[in-house]
Write a protein that binds this ligand. Structure first.
Ligand code: B3K
Ligand code: ZN
Length: 885
C-alpha cells in the first residue's frame, strides 16, 4: 500500500462538542469562480468545557480572507489553519462572536458537494460534510443553530435567490446586482443549509394544512420545463395531506420550495423548506417519463417532504445514527406509496429492490450494521443497509406493535425529541416506552450486520392432529462480527387446506381461539411451534408480507409451490412461491448445464402451468400478475450460488422464458391485444398496472422473436406507435437484446427525438449498456465519446457506466475486459467526483463469488485502483474494504 491509512471514526468515540454555535449569519457574494462568504457565528462553550479548550472548525477547499473574534482581527498566533480546518487556540471563557470571510469557487466545484453550479444555477449539497466546503463551521449534526442568510448576485444571471426559511427582505444593489435575506426560525444542523441562485422557471400552487395554515408551494426548474412538474406538485400535496392523516404531522412554515437541478450526486436532499432534487425525480410527462419514473417521483417527493419531521425537526446526533432519519423516512415513503397504489405490488417491488441491493451488500465485504460502528468516509454509508434494511427494522416494529401502537410510539418520539439531535436507541426507547414493550433483543437489528437465515421444517402428526413447525435461526459472519446472537424476528406464517383456504391456527397451551395466519416471535436459535386441533394442511406459507428481512430455507416441492402460487391468501407469499419455484428450477438447470447437459431441456410443466393459471386468473390486479409472471432476475439466481456462473444462468433463464412463452403464446398475444389502451394516458397505478402486464406479455413474446419475424415487427411496431415513454422504453429494452435492423433503427430514432433532452438520453445510454449482445462493451466504450456523455454529470455516469456494471453477462466477461474498463473509469472519475466514483465501485468487491480466473482479475483491478496516486478517501475506503479477505 502506497498511502497512509486514512483514520476511521468510531461510534464509541462520540462526545458532545466543546462549543455550541447558536446563531449563524451568512452573507454570500456570488460570482462563478470567486464567491465570497462571510460568516458571523454566535458561540458559547458547552457545560463542562475546560476554560482553555481550543475551538476547532471544519473547513475544506476554503481560502481564508479574514478572521475576527468579538470584532477584533485575530493575530497569527491566535489561530491555526490546516487543509482540514481552522482552530482558535484560546477562545474566551463565555459567549463570543467569531467572524470569518472566505473565498470559494462554485464553478470549479466538480465534486458537487458544498456550493456548486449546475447548468449555471448555483446550488448546494451539504449532507453529510459539504457545509465545511462553504465556510468554517462545526460541521456535525448535533450542532443546531438558527440561520440568517443574505445572498447577493447579478440580477440578470440570478433573478431567483433562495435559502431556508422565510424571505425577510429583498432589494436592488448597484451594478445590476440584487439581494435577498432569508431567515429560518427552526434551529438546524449545517447539513440542512441550502442556497439556490439562478434563472429558473417555477410552478406555483398552495396547500392549506389541517389547522388552516396556507402554504405557498413552488417547484423551480429550467425555463420551459414547468409543464413537466405537474405530477411532482400533485405528489407533494398528496404527501402533505397523507402525513397529516396517517402520522398526524403537519407542515410548519408558510412556504415550501423545491428546486430541480440536472447535476446531483444523489436523488434529492431534504434541506429545511428548500428541497433540492436531481431533476430525474421531478420532471415527468407522458412522452418523456415511464410509469416507473412517475412512481419514483411520487416516492422521492414524499420522502424528502416527510424528512421535515423525521430528519429536520428531529435530526441525528451523529452520522452513525443516519438510519434514525433514513430508515424511518423510507418506511414512511413506502407506506405512502402503498396507500396511494397497490399495497401488495408496492411491497413486492420494495422486497425485490431490498434483495437486489441490500441482501447483496449484507453478503459481501461492505456489510455493516444498520447503525454502523465505524467509517472512513461517511458519504460511503448512504447505503441500502442504512436506508432499506433500516426501513425493514422500522417495519418490524410496526408489525410487532400494530398501527395504533406504532403511531403512539411516533407521537411519543416527536414529543420527547422535537428540536433535538437523537439516536436510534432514542427511537427504539420511545417505541418501547409508549407501548410498555420490551424491544431489548429486537435492538440487535441495529447492531448486527448480515441477513439472518431461517431453516424451516414442518411436520403434521395425523394421530395427534397437530402441526410442528421448527425454525432454526442463524446469521452468517460479517466483517468484524464473527459471531451473532439470536435475533427477535417477527415471522408471519399460515397453513392452507386442500381447498387453498387458511386453516385457523391455535398454539398448544394458548387460550385464544384459533386464527388464520399467525405472527410467530422468533427469539432463540431453535424453536418449535406446535399447532393443535387441525386437519392435515396442504401447504405451508412462510414470511407472509415479508414480515422479516431474512432468507428462508425450506424444502418444498413444485406441487406445494404451485399450490401456493394459485391459492395463498397473502399476495406477497403468493408471488414469492412463484419466485422460489422458478429459482429452484433455474439453479437445478445451471447445475445440469455445468455437467454438459443442454440448456433447453423441458422444464417442469407444473411451473409452466402455474404461470398459465396466473395469466387466466381474472381476479388478479394486472400489476400483481405482471410481477407474478416475471422470472427472478439473473442477479437473484447468482446470489443463491456459491460460485456464480453468469453464462449458465443466462442460458438457463433464457430457456425457461422461451418455454413459458411457447406454452402460453396465444394467451400472451390475447392479453397483449386486450390490454392495449385507447383512452388518454394516465400515470395512475391502475393504468400503469395494465401497461405493466401488457409489456410483460410482450417481453415473453420477444423470447420467440428470433425465430419469428412477425414478433420482432410487433415489438418494433410498439416502439414506433407508442404515445408514451413506458411503451416506447419497454419495446426498446427488448430490441436492445435482439438482432436485426429494427434495433438500430429504433435507437437512432430515439436519439434523433430526444438528443436535446439530457434526462431522456440517460435512458438511451442505459439501455445500450444493459444489452446482452456480445458487443456491448465496445458500444459502451464508444459512447464515452458521445457528445451527450460527460464524466462530470453523475446521471450520465450512472446511466452508462453504472448500468454496464449491472450487466452481469457482459461485465463479467471471462477475459476481464469489463473489469478493466470499470477500473479505468473509476480512476478517471475519482479526481472529478470521489463520492460518485466510490458508489460506482461496489461490483468489483463481489470477487469472492466468482471462479478463480475472474477472482484474480477483479482483485488485480482493485489493487490497481488502490495503488493509484492521490486516491480519494471515499474510493480508498471502498477499494480497501473490498479487497479484505
Ligand atoms: N439525505 C439525502 C442524502 C444525502 C447524501 C449525502 N451524500 C437524501 C435523502 O435520503 O433524502
Ligand atoms: Zn432520506
Amino acid at each position: 500500500m502506497t498511502q497512509p491509512l486514512p483514520p476511521a471514526i468510531h461510534r464509541r468515540d462520540y462526545r458532545q462538542p466543546d462549543y455550541w454555535i447558536r446563531r449563524v449569519a451568512l452573507e454570500f457574494d456570488l460570482e462563478p469562480h470567486v464567491t465570497r462568504v462571510k460568516a458571523r457565528l454566535e458561540i458559547e462553550p458547552n457545560a463542562g468545557t475546560a476554560a482553555d479548550a481550543p475551538l476547532h472548525l471544519d473547513g475544506e477547499n476554503l481560502v481564508l480572507l479574514a478572521v475576527h473574534l468579538d470584532g477584533r482581527p485575530l493575530a497569527d498566533g491566535e489561530y491555526s489553519l490546516t487543509d482540514r480546518g481552522l482552530t482558535i487556540t484560546k477562545p474566551p471563557a463565555g459567549f463570543f462572536v467569531l467572524q470569518t470571510e472566505v473565498r470559494i469557487d462554485p464553478a470549479g466545484n466538480t465534486q458537487l458537494s458544498g456550493l456548486y453550479q449546475s447548468s449555471g444555477v448555483y446550488c448546494t449539497q451539504c449532507e453529510a460534510e459539504g457545509f465545511r466546503r462553504i465556510t468554517y463551521f462545526a460541521d456535525r449534526p448535533d450542532v443546531m443553530a438558527v440561520y440568517r442568510v443574505t445572498i447577493r448576485a447579478d440580477r440578470k444571471a440570478c433573478p431567483v435567490l433562495l435559502s431556508n426559511g422565510n424571505l425577510a427582505e429583498e432589494g436592488a444593489l448597484p451594478d445590476g446586482r440584487h439581494y435577498a435575506v432569508w431567515e429560518d426560525p427552526f434551529p438546524k444542523p449545517s447539513y440542512l443549509f441550502a442556497l439556490v441562485a439562478g434563472d429558473l422557471g417555477c410552478n406555483e400552487d398552495s396547500f392549506v394544512t389541517r389547522s388552516g395554515r396556507n402554504v405557498r408551494l413552488r417547484i423551480f426548474v429550467e425555463h420551459g420545463k414547468e409543464g413537466r412538474t405537474t405530477y411532482a406538485m400533485d405528489a407533494l400535496k398528496r404527501s402533505m395531506r397523507w402525513d397529516e392523516t396517517r402520522f398526524g404531522l403537519e407542515y410548519d412554515l408558510d412556504l415550501f420550495n423545491i428546486v430541480a437541478v440536472s447535476d446531483f450526486n444523489m436523488g434529492a436532499m431534504e434541506n429545511k423548506s428548500l428541497n433540492i432534487f436531481n431533476d430525474k425525480y421531478i420532471l415527468a410527462d407522458q412522452e418523456t417519463a415511464t410509469d416507473a419514473d412517475f412512481a419514483g417521483i411520487e416516492s422521492v417527493v414524499a420522502h424528502e417532504y416527510f424528512h421535515n419531521w423525521t430528519g429536520d425537526r428531529i435530526t441525528c446526533r451523529d452520522w452513525f445514527q443516519l438510519s434514525l432519519k433514513e430508515g424511518l423516512t423510507v418506511f414512511r415513503d413506502q407506506e405512502f406509496s402503498a396507500d396511494m397504489r397497490s399495497r401488495p405490488v408496492t411491497r413486492i417491488r420494495d422486497v425485490r429492490a431490498l434483495r437486489a441491493r441490500q441482501f447483496r451488500e449484507d453478503a459481501g465485504p461492505l456489510a455493516h450494521p444498520v447503525r454502523p460502528d465505524s467509517y472512513i468516509a461517511i458519504d460511503n454509508f448512504y447505503t441500502a443497509t442504512v436506508y432499506e434494511k433500516g426501513a425493514e427494522v422500522i417495519r418490524m416494529m410496526h408489525t410487532l406493535l400494530g398501527e395504533d401502537g406504532f403511531q403512539k410510539g411516533m407521537r411519543f418520539y416527536v414529543e420527547r425529541h422535537d428540536g433535538t439531535a437523537a439516536t436510534c436507541d432514542d427511537f427504539a426507547a420511545a417505541m418501547a416506552d409508549a407501548n410498555g414493550a420490551d424491544l431489548s433483543q429486537f435492538r440487535l437489528w441495529y447492531s448486527q450486520a448480515g441477513t439472518p437465515e431461517l431453516e424451516i421444517e414442518g411436520r403434521y402428526d395425523a394421530g395427534e392432529g397437530s402441526y410442528h413447525l421448527t425454525v432454526r435461526q442463524s446469521c452468517p459472519p460479517t466483517p468484524g462480527q464473527p459471531d451473532k446472537a439470536p435475533m427477535h424476528i417477527p415471522f408471519a406464517i399460515g397453513l392452507l387446506d386442500g381447498q387453498g383456504r387458511d386453516i385457523p391456527l391455535r398454539l398448544e397451551g394458548e387460550a385464544d381461539t384459533a386464527k388464520p395466519g399467525r405472527l410467530l416471535q422468533l427469539t432463540t436459535p431453535n424453536q418449535t411451534f406446535r399447532f393443535v386441533n387441525l386437519p392435515q394442511p396442504k401447504a405451508l406459507s412462510l414470511n407472509r408480507g415479508f414480515s422479516a428481512p431474512v432468507l428462508v430455507h425450506v424444502r418444498q416441492d413444485g406441487a406445494e409451490r404451485a399450490f401456493l402460487m394459485a391459492h395463498d391468501s397473502d399476495p406477497f407469499a403468493r408471488w414469492e412461491a412463484g419466485q422460489q419455484f422458478a429459482t429452484d428450477l433455474l439453479l437445478q438447470r445451471v447445475t445440469e448445464i455445468q455437467a454438459g447437459k443442454p440448456a433447453d431441456a423441458a422444464y417442469d410443466p407444473a411451473f409452466i402451468d402455474a404461470i398459465g393459471q396466473i395469466l387466466h386468473d381474472d381476479g388478479l390486479e394486472p400489476a400483481f400478475a405482471a410481477e407474478a409472471v416475471a422470472l427472478p432476475d439473473e442477479d437473484y439466481i447468482a446470489d443463491r450460488m456459491a460460485v456464480v456462473d453468469v453464462d449458465a444462468i443466462h442460458a438457463a433463464r433464457r430457456a425457461l422464458r422461451r418455454q413459458v412463452a411457447a406454452a402460453h403464446r396465444v394467451t400472451f398475444e390475447t392479453l397483449y391485444e386486450a390490454s392495449r389502451e385507447s383512452g388518454p394516458y394516465s400515470p395512475d397505478a391502475a393504468p400503469a398496472g395494465r401497461r405493466a402486464l401488457k409489456n410483460a406479455a410482450l417481453s415473453y413474446l420477444s423470447a420467440l422473436a428470433e425465430s419469428d419475424v412477425a414478433l420482432l415487427e410487433r415489438i418494433a411496431g410498439q416502439y414506433k406507435a407508442a404515445d408514451n415513454m413506458t411503451d416506447r422504453m419497454a419495446a426498446l429494452r427488448l430490441l436492445a437484446d435482439l438482432d436485426g435492423p429494427e434495433r438500430q433503427a429504433a435507437f437512432d430514432d430515439f436519439e434523433a427525438r430526444f438528443r436535446d433532452d439530457a434526462l431522456v438520453m440517460d435512458k438511451w445510454f442505459a439501455l445500450q449498456a444493459v444489452s446482452s449482445r456480445p458487443d456491448t462493451l465496445q458500444r459502451v466504450q464508444a459512447l464515452l465519446a458521445h457528445p451527450g456523455f460527460s464524466m462530470q454529470k453523475p446521471n450520465k455516469v450512472r446511466a452508462l457506466i453504472g448500468s454496464f456494471t449491472a450487466n452481469a453477462l457482459r461485465y463479467h466477461a471471462a477475459d476481464g475486459s469489463g473489469y478493466a474498463f470499470h477500473a479505468d473509469r473509476i480512476l478517471q472519475l475519482d479526481p472529478v467526483n470521489p463520492q460518485v466514483a466510490a458508489r460506482l465501485l461496489a461490483p468489483l468487491g463481489r470477487w469472492k463469488r466468482f471462479d478463480a480466473g475472474r477472482q484474480a482479475r477483479m482483485k488485480a483491478e482493485l489493487q490497481r485502483i488502490l495503488t493509484a496516486p492521490k486516491l480519494s478517501t471515499d474510493v480508498y475506503e471502498i477499494a480497501s474494504k473490498s479487497l479484505a479477505d
